[in-house]
Design a protein around this ligand. Structure first.
Ligand SMILES: Cc1ncc(COP(=O)(O)O)c(C=O)c1O
Length: 404
């Protein structure tokens, strides 16, 4: 991976500062200059709905009403744009009240009723529900395809044109990997936009815009916020037309984050790099231990050489992430029991926070895909590996598996 986050080395091996600011520097400084009025080092929470005008239309800094734009939200957006697309001029971000609000706004901004969208056949359950239960009624057609099968994607686009190819990589909860650069090529040949949900990787580990995607989607609720204390979403794109349409629709329909939510998210983003690095290290330990455990039938983690997407993940990601899923040999009841027995891994939905979480996708986060082509097998357990001492996490899981 090139660009932000990469250090260059002198021929003698000593590290030199890169020509552009590194990822950690951008996470702490982009959009976050000290407040010009007071010198406050931390961007203020502009807890205001409206802004005084100096005469009609005399806006200070372009702000008029917080549904349209708010300085705290704008600070977050500037930072997210820098992290996802620092090598691409004109990259813009838009913050939303949730990841689902960002997805809904994007699709309605770039599609019209009658258009078609290719979606992953293992997409996040909420994404599938949005297409199947909401956007289908609006007149959108959607088709689930196995995105690691490039020939299948090409065939699907040849059969019938699509406006968008929607990618999620790694996927929730199966940790499937799709080749972003290859899919960008296939989508663009067919005149479609490539959208990547980058929630599981975060820009620390994967930068889809640099790999050829047109738009990145985030649930900032997860790794970007990082502390399980705020719900939010974002779109990031270097396509000025897409950004303009999405900003128009966001203002017209109103799914903006509050100033405090934007501030909390930005506070989380500052430590994204160090958190993500530790999430990856500990998840690798967990995946390895589970792979050796007799009660575990299969471990799904892109960092394992046995994972079918390992080579692609190694190419397009700088780390394999903090999410691990596994199948329990004893089936559904055994999987549910494991979820109820851990002490440190808290039984809860969501992911990407400092604390470790465990859940049973088929009864919890992915209950909405039951009976659909995206149904998740009932012996599956999903872990969000947090930042506790990894040895405590291993002991917790071993005890929960042994008790069965
Ligand atoms: C991959 C992915 N995309 C989107 C979302 C939706 O985000 P939010 O819950 O912030 O609306 C989630 C939520 O779990 C997710 O895991």
């Amino acid at each position: 991976m090139t660009g932000a986050g990469q250090r260059q080395a002198d021929p003698d091996g000593t590290e030199v500062a890169p020509s552009a600011p590194g990822f950690e520097t951008l996470a702490i400084h982009a959009g976050q200059d000290p407040d010009p009025l007071t010198g406050a080092v931390v961007p203020p929470i502009y807890q205001t709905s409206t802004f005084k005008q100096d005469g009609v239309g005399g806006l200070r800094g372009g702000f008029e009403y917080s549904r349209t734009a708010n300085p705290t939200g704008s600070a977050l957006e500037e930072c997210l744009a820098a992290l996802e697309g620092s090598t691409q001029a004109g990259t813009q971000a838009l913050a939303f009240a949730s990841g689902m609000a960002a997805e809904d706004c994007l699709i309605r901004a770039v599609c019209s009723p009658g258009d078609r969208v290719v979606i992953p056949d293992d997409a996040y359950g909420g994404t599938y529900r949005l297409f199947a239960a909401v956007l289908a009624r609006w007149g959108l057609d959607y088709v689930p395809v196995h995105l690691s099968d490039l020939a299948a994607v090409r065939r699907c686009l040849t059969d019938q044109p699509a406006r968008v190819v929607w990618v999620e990589t790694p996927t929730n909860p199966l940790l499937g990997i799709a080749d972003i650069a290859a899919l960008a090529e296939v989508a663009h040949e067919a005149g479609a936009l490539l959208v990547v949900d980058n929630t599981f990787a975060s820009p620390r580990l994967q930068r889809p815009l640099v790999l050829g995607a047109d738009v990145v989607v985030h649930s900032t609720t997860k790794y970007l916020g990082g502390h399980s204390d705020v719900v939010g979403g974002a779109l990031v794109t270097a396509d000025a037309e897409v950004a303009e349409r999405a900003a128009f629709l966001r203002n017209a329909t109103g799914a903006v984050p509050g100033p405090f939510e934007a501030w909390l998210t930005l506070r989380g983003v500052r430590t994204l790099a160090v958190r993500m690095d530790r999430h990856c290290d500990s998840a690798a330990q967990v995946a390895e231990m589970l792979g050796r455990h007799p009660a575990v039938a299969q471990v799904l983690y892109p960092g394992l050489p046995s994972h079918p997407g390992h080579a692609v993940a190694a190419r397009q990601m700088s780390g394999f992430g903090g999410m691990v899923s596994f199948r329990v040999r004893g089936g559904e009841e055994a999987a549910v029991a494991v979820c109820g027995r851990t002490q440190l891994f808290t039984l809860a939905e969501s992911l990407g926070g400092v604390e470790s979480l465990i859940e049973h996708p088929s009864r919890m986060t992915h209950a909405s895909v039951a009976g659909s082509p995206l149904e998740v097998s009932a012996d599956l357990v999903r872990l969000s590996v947090g930042l506790e001492d990894y040895r405590d996490l291993l002991a917790d899981l071993e005890a929960a598996l042994a008790a069965g």
